[in-house]
Design a protein around this ligand. Structure first.
Ligand code: HEM
Length: 151
């Protein structure tokens, strides 16, 4: 039985990660959140490379805890997650390897949805006695990957 070709190379993942975070750091709204929370950018980019390598190539190289890390971030919003996804979609559209880009965008959208729900739940738990904060958690609007049938 022949082994199917890999979806992408580690070099293609590295390029995706580097291009995306260069854009995010320059973003007016997202940039300051990263600058306030990321002390070592080389280590962050390495970690995010490991994350995407685990997601796209199933290498198992990532052992972080995104839900906990994002739940601790202050001031997140649906608008910020949508902006994060919009930039990710733009960077994906520029990749030569569109099979990788399609998978990455579908995964990013699922992950954003889940991180946003987790962030809202965390906030509700902290404020559970506040009568003004009993609203249901909201979902993010769908982005490009929905039309690809992967969402
Ligand atoms: C509004 C949107 C987002 C913001 C502002 C944001 C910001 C951040 C920041 C500041 C960190 C570093 C946290 C720390 O080391 O203490 C981080 C880590 C990380 N982010 Fe995000 N992020 C966002 C959305 C996403 C999405 C949608 C994904 C997945 C596709 C993602 C994947 C990750 C991963 C894998 C880490 C490393 C977690 C770990 O250390 O275990 N982020 N993010």
């Amino acid at each position: 039985m022949s082994i199917p070709p890999a979806l992408c190379t580690e070099a293609e993942i590295q390029q995706l990660v580097e291009q995306f975070y260069a854009r995010v750091r320059a973003d007016t709204h997202l940039g300051p959140i990263f600058e306030a929370n990321v002390q070592d950018w080389d280590a962050h980019l390495h970690l995010l490379h490991q994350f995407w390598s685990s997601v796209l190539l199933r290498t198992g190289r990532f052992t972080g805890s995104p839900m906990t890390k994002h739940a601790e971030l202050k001031g997140l919003s649906a608008t910020l997650f949508s902006q994060w996804l919009a930039i990710f979609a733009q960077v994906c559209a520029q990749q030569t390897n569109q099979a990788m880009a399609t998978q990455a965008l579908a995964m990013a959208e699922r992950m954003a949805q889940s991180l946003w729900m987790g962030w809202q739940m965390q906030r509700t738990e902290r404020k559970q006695h506040n009568a003004d904060d009993q609203s249901l958690a909201t979902e993010l609007p769908r982005v490009a990957s929905t039309s690809l049938g992967n969402a």
